[in-house]
Design a protein around this ligand. Structure first.
Ligand code: AHR
Length: 320
């Protein structure tokens, strides 16, 4: 009798906070940033697959890299009365108003892969990696690899104002701090795309004595690194040897480059953010269990010593 009363109260409490739904009937809106990188494409594929596997009706909206499109999509999900919303926020700021609207409509919002600068009570949880740690791992690898040698670094940043661009920069700078032989000499956004990565690397090469004064490239994602590798080759230098390359994501193409000796290290970011997000929603709607505010995914370093050919074969069919 006591248990029954507790369950009824929990149901009422959950329903009053975020509306009520059983997992089998879940309708979930997903506001995706766009398709700027191989990693993003894989996240989209896996989210759709996970939803299908679980019988979730997923309403997908591609924002084409624009925050205003994401805000519109969220408002449309609210108007449709979805049970929950997944949001991969393109930038960190400017979300308070729309998140408040979702909260008022009792629709829980889960952040995927990026964080926001907004009060924590405006979203249910965030499924992300430790983005600063990713920068630390990349920086530590470079510190160990160059030893005492003087090393001028160029940096390709992700989308300006996005949490991975801010945090990966911070983490890398933390790691090289105190190692005076390592210095970031140029840093610019490549917007997480191959095309921009190549374009910006071309300008870095020109500005740095045809690339002869560059010892290493740190790219906030693999796609920009792949674009930069092309630029380095076109400039007549050997990527991976003349210029060391370290980046983040672990998409199949970077393993291809590593197998060819043209890239050196990558920090893995899982594209399966939706799995833990749907688990959290399931536990919430079935058992009224509130998830922690942060569901952290792993960050693993791969180097040329990790059989890149094999990793490429294992990853290539996974939606990247
Ligand atoms: O938010 C995750 C980042 O977004 C990935 O590292 C990058 O490839 C993507 O575009």
């Amino acid at each position: 009798m006591k248990l029954k009363t507790a369950l009824v109260s929990a149901t009422i409490l959950a329903a009053s906070m975020f509306g009520s739904a059983s997992a089998a009937q879940l309708v979930v809106g997903f506001s995706q940033i766009g398709s700027e990188s191989g990693w993003r494409a894989a996240e989209t594929t896996l989210t759709k697959q996970e939803a299908e596997k679980r019988g979730i009706d997923l309403k997908f909206a591609d924002a084409q890299q624009k925050q205003e499109n994401q805000i519109k999509a969220i408002r449309s999900f609210i108007a449709q009365g979805v049970n929950a919303i997944l949001l991969a926020p393109v930038v960190e700021t400017g979300w308070d108003a729309v998140l408040k609207e979702a909260k008022e409509a009792k629709i829980p919002v889960i952040l995927l892969d990026r964080t926001v600068n907004a009060p924590q009570d405006l979203y249910m949880t965030a499924v992300t990696s430790d983005l600063v740690h990713e920068g630390n791992v990349a920086g530590d690898w470079l510190v160990k690899t160059v030893g005492d040698k003087k090393c001028n670094i160029v940096e390709l940043q992700g989308t300006t104002g996005s949490s991975p661009a801010i945090a990966r920069k911070k983490g890398f700078e933390e790691a090289i701090k105190g190692h005076d032989n390592l210095k970031i000499v140029r840093s610019q956004t490549g917007d997480f795309t191959r095309t921009k990565g190549k374009e910006v690397m071309e300008s870095f090469l020109k500005a740095e004595n045809g690339g002869k004064d560059i010892c290493a490239l740190y790219a906030h994602n693999d796609d920009m690194a792949v674009g930069a590798i092309q630029a380095i080759k076109e400039a007549g230098l050997k990527p991976g040897k003349d210029i060391l390359i370290v980046s983040v994501d672990s998409v199949p193409d970077i393993f291809k480059a590593m197998a060819a000796g043209e890239a050196n290290a990558t920090v893995e970011l899982t594209p399966n953010m939706a799995g833990p997000a749907f688990d959290a929603l399931d536990a919430y709607f079935k058992d009224k269990k509130e998830p922690p505010k942060w569901i952290q995914t792993e960050s693993k370093l791969y180097t040329q010593a990790d059989d890149p050919e094999k990793v490429y074969e294992a990853k290539k069919g996974l939606g990247y």
